[in-house]
Design a protein around this ligand. Structure first.
Ligand code: NAG
Ligand code: NAG
Ligand code: NAG
Ligand code: NAG
Length: 412
């Protein structure tokens, strides 16, 4: 009498770990399979009700779905879908690299491109404005009925930047080569929705072409470089061990600031990063004892979980940094061996009210075992001090210093 879905926990876990837009995307990628499953599922609940009323029992069919087969089937399709997406992205990257290689920067380059804001705009005399021009747009069901142009991408430049800045014009010029790839990709894989390219110069190329409208102040605040996807791609993944001083001197306000500091450090970490937090006085205490000796992904759940544990910290005793540093180095080193996490960006963040000693021996042992270099030369693992007294200035510097360390360590 029931539609059984074996392993339904697993299956639903897959569903729930996705956000709504993904589910939508996947549902169409699976050819509506998810939809029909949920229809069957709710249908089964209906059947149960009917059954309870002991009516119509005979007219109801028994259907059993093999959950394992179903999940396997979905996995194959999912893999196929991801493979296609990865393939499309790879083609874009190759085209971009090639076009960029071929291009010679020309500061006097004049080039008219389709600016997402200016297309189809006319001046008082009815003439197309510069960088505007006539751009044919048609409503398209696949793009939520937005009016799009499937043969051209458009370029958006943040309002605070000059549309005809030579850097932008050169970038827009060479990235024109992506147009063809965008179109090909969409033809090859019609489940694709938007394809876009965010440049470090600040322009944003989007396919298919659409018209952008500024807000009521005439401003378009969008800068692709501030978007999460851009930052995640641009900053390399990092493994970070945060050491928090909980010695007696940290009592009261200092500990409060230290907690906030740690919490803000967590904010700067993203899904690609791994971390752990160790509190130390004369002993070391993993903030989350269950995660002793390892690093965890800096996703939202883990970060929130650690934040809760931060409240349980209390200050007493004396602070002996040496052992905590050794532990941090050991975790980072072990973690690197697992092949997870980042290959070259590891950092120890130290949150304390005063780290006067430099612990040269720890550094010599772990950071450069093969060479004896002084600490102010290249670190293999970046050590970033953050005294609680400077906590407010700290965040401005945090990303900068990470960037600096990792750029200098990972010069390609
Ligand atoms: C896109 O816009 C260009 C420029 O207006 C036009 O030549 C082309 O036909 C349009 N493509 C489509 C598919 O409408
Ligand atoms: C797009 O418009 C058509 C016709 O106006 C309508 O049938 C369809 O449901 C719309 N699609 C979306 C995604 O809004
Ligand atoms: C971590 O776990 C190991 C083994 O369970 C234990 O020996 C060790 O004392 C723990 N370390 C800390 C700092 O809790
Ligand atoms: C991590 O391991 C890789 C490969 O073995 C090595 O090249 C890299 O230097 C290691 N990183 C650190 C920080 O030790």
């Amino acid at each position: 009498m029931l539609v059984k879905i074996k392993h339904k926990c697993f299956f639903f876990f897959l569903l729930f770990s996705l956000n709504a837009s993904f589910v939508k995307l996947w549902a169409s990628a699976f050819g509506g399979e998810i939809k029909s499953i949920s229809a069957k599922f709710s249908g089964s609940q209906l059947l149960q009700k009917v059954h309870k009323r002991k009516e119509l029992v005979k007219s109801v069919k028994v259907e059993e779905i093999d959950g394992v087969k179903l999940v396997k089937n979905l996995a194959v399709k999912m893999e196929e879908m991801f493979r296609k997406k990865a393939e499309a992205t790879r083609r874009l990257v190759e085209a971009a690299e090639e076009a960029h290689r071929q291009h010679e920067e020309n500061p006097d380059l004049q080039y008219e491109y389709f600016n997402a804001v200016l297309i189809n705009e006319v001046d008082e005399e009815g003439n197309n404005v510069e960088l505007g021009g006539e751009f044919i747009l048609e409503p398209n069901d696949h793009f939520n009925n937005l009016s799009v142009n499937l043969s051209h991408s458009v370029v958006q430049v943040p309002t605070n930047m000059y549309n005809k800045d030579p850097d932008i014009v050169n970038g827009v010029y060479w990235s024109e080569a992506l147009n063809k790839v965008f179109v090909d990709n969409f033809e090859t894989d019609p489940t694709l929705i938007w394809q876009y390219f965010g440049s470090a110069k600040g322009f944003f190329r989007q396919y298919p072409g659409v018209k952008w409208h500024p807000d009521e102040h005439g401003v378009i605040g969008f800068d692709c470089r501030n978007r999460k996807w851009y930052i995640q791609a641009a900053t390399s993944p990092k493994d970070v061990v945060i050491l928090v001083d909980v010695s007696g001197s940290m009592k009261g306000l200092r500990l409060t600031i230290a907690r906030q500091t740690v919490s803000s450090i967590l904010d700067t970490l993203g899904d690609d990063d791994f971390f752990n937090i160790i509190a130390y006085n004369q002993e070391i205490h993993y903030v989350e004892p269950c995660l002793n000796g390892t690093l965890v992904r800096a996703d939202r759940t883990n970060k929130d979980h650690f934040r809760e544990h931060l409240d349980k910290l209390f200050a007493k005793g004396i602070g002996l940094l040496g052992e905590a540093l050794s532990e941090a180095f050991t975790i980072l080193n072990d973690f690197n061996q697992t092949g997870r996490g980042s290959v070259c960006s590891q950092a120890i963040m130290l949150v304390t009210d005063g780290a006067t000693e430099m612990y040269d021996d720890v550094f010599e042992k772990f950071n450069w075992p093969e060479r004896k270099v002084s600490l102010d030369l290249a670190f293999r693992v970046a050590l970033l001090f953050c005294t609680v007294l400077t906590a407010t200035h700290f965040f401005l510097n945090f990303l900068l210093s990470l960037h600096f360390f990792f750029r200098s360590k990972c010069t390609f």
